[in-house]
Design a protein around this ligand. Sequence first.
Ligand SMILES: *Cc1c(COP(=O)(O)O)cnc(C)c1O
Length: 374
Amino acid sequence: MKSTISTPYFLVDETRLVQNLEILRQVADQAGCKILLAQKAFSMFSCYPLLRRYLAGSTASGLYEARLGKEYFGGETHVFSPAYKPEEFEELLTYADHFVFNSPRQLQKFGPKAKAAGKAVGLRVNPECSTQEGHAIYDPCAPGSRLGTTLANFDESLLPLLDGLHFHTLCEQNSDDLETTVAAFEEKFGKYLHGLKWINLGGGHHITRKDYDRERLMRIVKHLKDTYQVEVYLEPGEAVVLNAGFLVTSVLETLHNGMDIAILDTSAACHMPDVLEMPYRPPLQNSGESGEKAYTYRLGGPTCLAGDVIGDYSFDAPLNEGDRLVFEDMALYTMVKTNTFNGMPLPAIVWRDANGQEKLVKAFGYEDFKNRLS
Ligand SMILES: *Cc1c(COP(=O)(O)O)cnc(C)c1O
């Protein structure tokens, strides 16, 4: 991966992206469902025209993503927000065609306006079925969750306003957990789905992962279509760009303090915050676990934050200043989450086309740091 583009930069690979997109289109075609990009995970709008050739549209978490989806993605534009802002709603009506509300109160407040504007209206429900362990911040079914309407809070008098139901409860999960969740959903809300037009199964489906059971996903979709005569939507974020991106970085300095340490020109806190937030250890090309290869280093960023550490990795040879390191699976939840804490520059965004040509899509500078402040 030789390149003259200066680090750090995110590199998105067309060939890998298209591999994912072909899988998703095949699932959509075979199961007879619609798949949307959840822009929350990936908003690199320069490649939206490519994505649009495979996906039915995009989904947004609010005004800005809805606008980006409408202006650059095309197709259907869905939006969900835990609570819409009254002063933004009119504008939102110009971008989105499907509105999902979080609670009966939100539906009461905004649903009639959306219906009057000819929009499809849905309610996010909470099937109260936790299927994930470990990552509590990604579990919308946990006790006290603010996301989705529980059966106890469901208000049948609002059914005439509804075109569809929505749930989103998964995160990086396989279709067995979807099956469990759908069973809980049907038990609680199935009776309301009869007579509606669609069900949206949210995101968190790791459809493009090697071990993902797509046959089961397709069976679930067909079951819902047959039982309720509804259209089925999936809105994955991660699965669209899984393993399709990299973060290319350089070693700035090495030092020793009880162990070997390397300071990179990329920061966990600023450029891959999920490493600290989730937390997880990102895969790094040509490296091993701590102690696995001859030379182990703790890799950290150039900020003043003591905890700006990416992890401990081992290498066949000692690291040197200027060496390039390539972190993998860096398209999802990275570019959308970067920040300029400590005055850190933002990584550039680079596209590698199907012929292997790397093209600089965008570089950032001082103004991008300054313009967020005053
Ligand atoms: C985050 C989110 C998604 C996408 O989730 P992934 O884990 O990236 O697939 C889809 N729908 C909603 C409502 C979300 O909040």
